[in-house]
Design a protein around this ligand. Structure first.
Ligand SMILES: [Zn+2]
Length: 263
């Protein structure tokens, strides 16, 4: 009797693609059915290979996979689209890279998270349709904190639980997020950063209604502050800074604004 490998079908977004062995590519996929998985596209380093077009960051596709010993192997794919903008806009590619790294690091393998998949898929299409990159990235990073159960206190103090009443507050992921000025005073918090409450209100709005990413207005400095808080929060939960921030810093040509926790 011939051995027939078990074939499974997944709906996927290609988070990352890299050369593997001599001719293959290894893909990091976010899938609706199995969470984050690694798969091999055999021969896909050759441009004429029929799987080659699928092995690019930002591809949306259905894949048929055969069980492999180390990694599953792609046997076939149905093209659903690609976030075209990633090929011409370096800032969009850098932002997608940050989100992809978060998903690759934080999403459990072999765990179906359909709502997470759907949200990332929809957001990828939104990025492709021209949402400002910094707004897109801010929204995704705060929404993903929420998805993973790591949403920090935003508009209430992590210590006394009171709503923030001043225009300024502190933010320290190690204590759970925001702190009112009173609770922050006299505490030595290595990762605390001063923050405008308007920034926290922006984040709260985005986490409740991600669709606001196209319309929410904040001063540019506050968007930067929001990103810097989110970077700190992710750094705290993943226990290391995301590598992709370096690329972001380079292509945005901004000085690094984030004082990261000293270790
Ligand atoms: Zn307080």
């Amino acid at each position: 009797m011939l051995f027939t490998p078990r074939i499974t079908k997944v709906h996927a977004i290609v988070l990352r693609a890299m050369a593997w062995r001599e001719k293959d590519r290894l893909l990091v996929l976010l899938t609706r059915e199995r969470g984050r998985i690694f798969v091999i596209a055999q021969g896909a380093q050759r441009p004429q290979n029929r799987l080659a077009p699928f092995t690019q960051t930002g591809v949306l596709a259905t894949f048929w996979l055969a069980r492999g010993r180390e990694f599953d192997r792609v046997t076939d794919g149905r093209w659903e689209g690609i976030v075209e903008r990633l090929r011409e806009d370096v800032a969009a590619l850098a932002a997608f890279g940050i989100v992809a790294e978060v998903l690759e690091t934080a999403t459990p393998a072999e765990m179906a998270e359909a709502p997470l998949f759907e949200e990332v898929r929809e957001a990828s299409l939104a990025l492709g349709s021209g949402v400002p990159v910094h707004k897109w990235l801010t929204t995704l990073l705060v929404r993903l904190l929420w998805h993973f159960g790591w949403l920090p206190h935003l508009l209430t103090c992590s210590v006394c639980g009171e709503p923030l009443r001043e225009q300024e507050a502190l933010f320290a992921p190690s204590v759970g997020g925001s702190l009112c000025v009173r609770c922050g005073a006299g505490r030595s918090l290595p990762d605390a950063q001063r923050v405008a409450v308007a920034t926290l209100q922006g984040l709260e709005a985005l986490v409740r209604q991600p669709k606001l990413m196209t319309t929410l207005h904040l001063r540019p400095a506050l968007w930067e502050q929001a990103l810097s808080l989110l970077r700190m929060a992710w750094c705290y939960h993943l226990e290391s800074d995301l590598r992709a921030w370096r690329v972001w810093g380079q292509c945005r040509k901004v000085r690094p604004v984030t004082p990261l926790p000293r270790r």
